[in-house]
Unconditional design. Structure first.
Length: 165
């Protein structure tokens, strides 16, 4: 696996983010599009709460990251998955996570461009916790990321992290 990229994000002060990074929840983003990853990273930096963004570019990297016992790759509080992954359909990646007893407790949010009713239904059937169309503008993306992180990282009561067998 290529080394996952890390970005520490917080709304106001980057210095505060660095100090909080060790305690901040991890958001894992699986998206093959470098521009989309950069926009989501930048949107997180505009956000209100501290978090650590880790990124992977494929379903294979996603699975390797989730199974990596190295504490340098903390288990995510939430996984964001694009449907257009290069090596495996994002729906299949979601289904693989949700079939695995050691991983299924991790919330999975599908973010995708050009969602239709069939793709939305398939993502939910695979076990996605939420399916959201990617916004058309950066301002809309920032707004979405703020809501998404406020819900999944602050408001939602998530199950405790589990160690992989």
């Amino acid at each position: 696996m290529g080394r996952p990229r890390t970005v520490t994000g917080t709304g106001a002060a980057a210095g505060r983010a660095a100090a909080a990074a060790s305690l901040a929840p991890t958001v894992l983003l699986a998206d093959a599009d470098a521009d989309a990853r950069a926009m989501i990273r930048d949107a997180l930096l505009e956000g209100t709460g501290p978090c650590v963004l880790r990124t992977v570019e494929s379903a294979g990297e996603l699975e390797r990251y989730l199974r990596d016992p190295n504490p340098a790759n903390p288990k995510p509080a939430v996984v964001l998955v694009d449907l257009g992954l290069p090596d495996e359909d994002g729906v299949c990646a979601v289904a693989r996570i949700k079939r695995d007893a050691a991983l299924r407790h991790i919330p999975v949010v599908v973010l995708a461009s050009g969602l239709d009713a069939t793709a939305t239904a398939a993502a939910y059937e695979a076990g996605a916790n939420t399916v959201i169309p990617k916004p058309a503008t950066f301002i809309e993306l920032v707004r979405l990321i703020k809501v998404l992180t406020a819900y999944w990282l602050d408001a939602a009561a998530l199950p405790p992290q589990r160690e992989l067998p």
